[in-house]
Design a binder for this molecule. Structure first.
Ligand code: CUA
Length: 403
């Protein structure tokens, strides 16, 4: 597993060796972040000025920082002035007492009150701009569970039945606010993709609604931001922001999508049968008991939606990407709790795994059978024009390249 956070950020700028070089790099990085709003090597960044939310917070912070500087300078000046002016060695008599000096006391109360009022007004102004949720904006319903995400499009009912949904990869349009409805199926999680806006807690049996936005198409990193169990750090997702036309193309294709019917006798066909029925003789549970694949009888929601699995480039809720995801698919199906602590997916190599504090024995499939399931999963692809990864710049992945 590769942790692609801080290391990548350093590889993007000069690696600090000496102190002046490190300082220069830091200052340059800070300046670049503040002035340009981060370029391609940026990762998780609240300084991403492509998002209206981040812009608003940035300007509000500047005001707050400016006021803080004024307070700091004022208080420091008063302190040093008093220390100098009223040094004991310059004054033999006890100092004059100002208790009862009304003018001074009014000033000492009024100045902080004005500052607090100013900060309140700025905060309320930002809240008034950020909090209202537009009625006609695109909506995404987010379900968070230990340790994965499901993104559903409540206004898009698929032709095959059921609401269009995708596991662990959230597709949204650029250039407009997108309304998110967030909930949790178990414990408290935190949704945070800093490049597109603010974070929210996902609370069981509560729906939190807010909006996010970005001007720039790209693939952004999202993480769970609330400690939620053994694989909290493995609870990630991608946000793929597409230009509105491409977003519409994605929705249209997703609406029309039906999982392909595998050719008789193919690996995919064998995988399909195992996916739908499992293998009772060896205790291997059916994947369809927990997952949904649009256009098939699999319609369960206990695990992430797998309808577009072949289009996705991440595996295990963002644990692996690209080639690593590809390489890990078979071992993942065989024993996901072994690769991701606390994962509730059953094992298929006979390994024991824990559910609700009890050890359970998984079912058994042969390597060839697991490869058949993998082949079936890979065949679950959206048409080319709806492949949201194609040509979308990746921010926050390894080298930040275009796929
Ligand atoms: Cu979910 Cu941390």
């Amino acid at each position: 597993m590769k942790l692609n956070t801080i290391q990548d950020r350093q590889s993007g700028t000069a690696r600090p060796r000496k102190r002046p070089a490190a300082f220069t790099a830091l200052a340059a990085g800070l300046a670049a972040t503040l002035l340009t709003g981060c370029q391609s090597e940026q990762l998780l960044s609240i300084g991403d000025m492509s998002s209206g939310y981040n812009k608003e917070i940035f300007w509000m912070s500047l005001w707050a920082i400016a006021l803080s500087i004024i307070v700091f300078v004022g208080v420091s000046w008063a302190l040093f002035y008093s220390v100098q002016k009223f040094r004991e060695d310059r004054h033999d008599a006890p100092p004059a007492q100002f208790h009862g000096n009304n003018r001074l006391e009014v000033i000492l109360v009024a100045v902080p009150v004005v500052i607090v009022i100013l900060l309140s007004v700025l905060t309320v102004r930002s809240m008034a701009r950020l909090n209202p949720v537009p009625v006609n904006a695109p909506k995404i319903d987010i379900l968070s569970k230990q340790f994965w995400w499901n993104f559903a499009y409540p206004t898009v009912t698929s032709d095959a039945g059921g609401t269009v949904a995708n596991g662990n990869e959230m597709v949204m349009p650029t250039g407009q606010p997108v309304v998110l409805n967030l909930t949790s199926g178990d414990v408290i999680h935190g949704f945070w993709a800093p490049n597109i806006g603010g974070q929210r807690h996902a609370l069981p049996s509560v729906i939190r609604t807010w909006k996010v936005d970005t001007e720039r198409p790209g693939v952004y990193q999202g993480n769970c931001s609330q400690l939620c169990g053994a694989s909290h750090a493995n609870m990630r997702y991608k946000v793929i922001a597409l230009e509105p036309e491409r977003y519409q193309a994605f929705l249209a294709a997703a609406k029309a999508y039906r999982a392909p019917t595998p050719a008789e006798g193919s690996a995919e066909a064998r995988g399909y049968t195992l996916f739908m029925q499992g293998k009772a003789s060896t205790g291997a549970l059916a994947c369809s008991a927990c997952h949904r694949v649009q256009g098939t009888p699999a319609a369960a929601g206990a695990g992430p939606d797998l309808s577009f699995f072949g289009t996705r480039r991440t595996l295990g809720a963002g644990m692996w990407e690209g080639e690593e995801a590809e390489k890990n698919l078979v071992p993942w199906i065989a024993n996901s709790p072994g690769m991701k602590p606390g994962a509730l997916m059953p094992t298929y190599d006979g390994s024991e795994y824990m559910v609700n504090g009890k050890m359970q024995k998984g079912g058994v499939l042969t390597r060839a059978e697991i490869e058949d399931i993998a082949a079936y999963l890979r065949s679950l692809k959206l048409p080319e024009e709806a492949d949201y990864w194609r040509g979308t710049p990746v921010y926050g992945a390894r080298a930040g390249g275009t796929q």
